[in-house]
Design a protein around this ligand. Structure first.
Ligand code: E4P
Length: 218
């Protein structure tokens, strides 16, 4: 699991249990924090939360490669992952990044279809992020896409993981995993909804109350 946020409080609250492998960000997520990218990413890295994915921007191959260099200069390559948007330009960026250093961890992002995901996997992305909620909003079937990509990866034994992204409810997360995603990146509010379910919270309160009653009685 990854946490899809750049909010320091959310990252601190969610990562102390040790269930998240790291954090994913994108320019929109960073913009919400009203802090320059460099400063915010360094703050996140200071929390030592595992892998921190930062997305490159730019229209051309050269612009994206330059932005990747800037991102990588923030820390060691073992703690920073590069998110590369997956259009034709993105495929070339992945190829050139991997040629330069096969150890770069690359997450192909903005995946809206199986074909796009398949090319991203073939290009050498270590992981790819299908946008579940955004696909649903556009009458596309995200679960079918995840399942097709997973079959393609498994049949050819490609070294690529599916990291489901873009979630607006907990059911989407579970359906994505059930469709073959290796893992997911979720916003903090979805994490809360997954764990603090009303029924569970109320059952735990009842157990606590009965436990106290038992102590008083005996
Ligand atoms: C993460 O990699 C994606 O950028 C993110 O999950 C997109 O989420 P959104 O569709 O809520 O913007």
């Amino acid at each position: 699991m990854f946490l899809d946020t750049a909010n320091i409080k959310e990252i601190k609250d969610a990562t102390k249990m040790g269930v998240f492998r790291g954090v994913t960000t994108n320019p929109t997520i960073l913009l919400k924090e009203n802090t320059p990218r460099v400063k915010k990413i360094k703050e996140i890295l200071d929390l030592s939360v595992g892998l921190v994915y930062v997305q490159c921007i730019g229209k051309t191959v050269e612009e994206r490669l330059k932005d990747c260099e800037d991102i990588l200069s923030l820390d060691s390559e073992t703690r920073i992952g590069l998110k590369v948007p997956m259009d034709i330009t993105g495929l070339e960026v992945v190829k050139l990044l991997k040629q330069k250093n096969p150890d770069h961890r690359i997450l192909g992002t903005a995946i809206y279809s199986a074909d796009q995901g398949i090319f991203a996997a073939l290009a050498g992305c270590n992981s790819i992020a299908p946008y579940i909620n955004r696909m649903s909003n556009n009458d596309l079937d995200p679960y079918k896409a995840v399942s097709i990509i997973r079959d393609f990866i498994d049949e050819r034994q490609l070294n690529c993981e599916i990291l489901g992204a873009s979630f607006k409810n907990t059911n989407q997360v579970i359906q994505t995993l059930a469709s073959g995603a290796h893992s997911v990146t979720i916003p903090y509010n979805i994490f809360e909804k997954m764990m603090n379910k009303e029924l569970a919270v109320s059952a735990i309160e009842t157990f606590n109350r009965h436990g106290e009653m038992l102590k008083e009685k005996y």
